[in-house]
Design a binder for this molecule. Structure first.
Ligand SMILES: NC(=O)c1ccc[n+]([C@@H]2O[C@H](COP(=O)([O-])OP(=O)(O)OC[C@H]3O[C@@H](n4cnc5c(N)ncnc54)[C@H](O)[C@@H]3O)[C@@H](O)[C@H]2O)c1
Length: 254
């Protein structure tokens, strides 16, 4: 039987790749995003490639919206096996005008949105999935997105760092709560993931990892695919950093 994977932020760069990769691995995909156009495009991409996907427009900051979408997807696709909460981002997730700023200068609406999408989103999506997975009684996988910034901190991103650090703590506590139900809970912490259009001109990503090459959405999606697979059945409560060694660097050292 095909597994069912619900993916938030599946209209975005990394989420879109996660959706395609889990589809390649045989899952039916519930494509969830706040952006309807992006949902439709991602669903079309998966279905055209021979996969099976349905779209769910929902706002992860609103528990009712995400609860309803997850319930509907489980009914329409035949259950729920995998939840991947990818939706998130730093200041710009609060709108075009929002900027990276020191916390002392940051505006309330930016901090509020960053925490709500990244951390509340992970809490609502995990809870919605866990309720259904517990009721089904056949285990499951919950994978949230943190960030290497949640480990190391970054100037101008205190709100983002706090939200992603919160995701890492959520992973640990929820793994303990859901372990008895054979539901694993992990999070993935990317470093800098380059979009194809960013090209070679952006060398920040190259200089700040020890492999000297760019991380793509596919690098992250393959890690998610492993954590979502049966092979990862004994892994829970962990943060998986995928940053080409970027987080090994300490200020003042090589
Ligand atoms: N790109 C990177 O370098 C990088 C690095 C570390 C961590 N991450 C994390 O990876 C994840 C994906 O990043 P990305 O680069 O693909 O971003 P992206 O902007 O391409 O995709 C994010 C998606 O989330 C959706 N979204 C935003 N608010 C939402 C809401 N309230 N409800 C539902 N969907 C919503 C957006 O519409 C978008 O499609 C994020 O959690 C981000 O913090 C990214």
């Amino acid at each position: 039987m095909k597994k069912v994977a619900f993916i938030t932020g599946a209209g975005g760069y990394i989420g879109g790749e996660v959706a395609m990769t889990l589809s390649r691995d045989g899952a039916k995909i519930a494509v969830c995003d706040i952006n309807e156009e992006a949902v439709n495009a991602a669903v079309a991409r998966i279905n055209e490639s021979g996969g099976e996907a349905r779209g769910y427009v929902a706002d992860v900051t609103d528990s009712k919206s995400i609860d309803d979408a997850v319930k509907r997807a489980a009914q329409e696709l035949g259950g729920l096996d995998i939840m991947v909460h990818v939706a998130g981002g730093s200041a710009r997730i609060a709108g075009k005008e929002a900027k990276y700023l020191p916390l002392t200068e940051q505006e309330d609406y930016v901090i509020d949105r960053v925490l709500k999408v990244n951390l509340y989103g992970a809490i609502w999506a995990s809870r919605a999935a866990a309720r259904i997975m517990i009721e089904q009684g056949k285990g499951g996988r919950i994978i949230n997105f943190s960030s290497a910034v949640g480990l190391m901190g970054l100037r101008g991103c205190a709100d983002y760092a706090a939200s992603k650090g919160g995701v890492m703590s959520l992973t640990k506590a929820l793994a303990k709560e859901l372990g008895p139900y054979n539901i694993t809970v992990n999070d993935v912490a990317p470093g800098i993931v380059m979009r194809p259009q960013e090209g070679d001109s952006s060398d920040r990503a190259l200089k700040t990892n020890v492999l000297g090459k760019k991380c793509t959405a596919a690098d992250i999606a393959e890690l998610v695919a492993f954590l979502a697979s049966d092979k990862a059945g004994f892994i829970t409560g962990q943060t998986y950093v995928c940053d080409g060694g970027r987080s090994l660097s300490m200020k003042g050292t090589d």
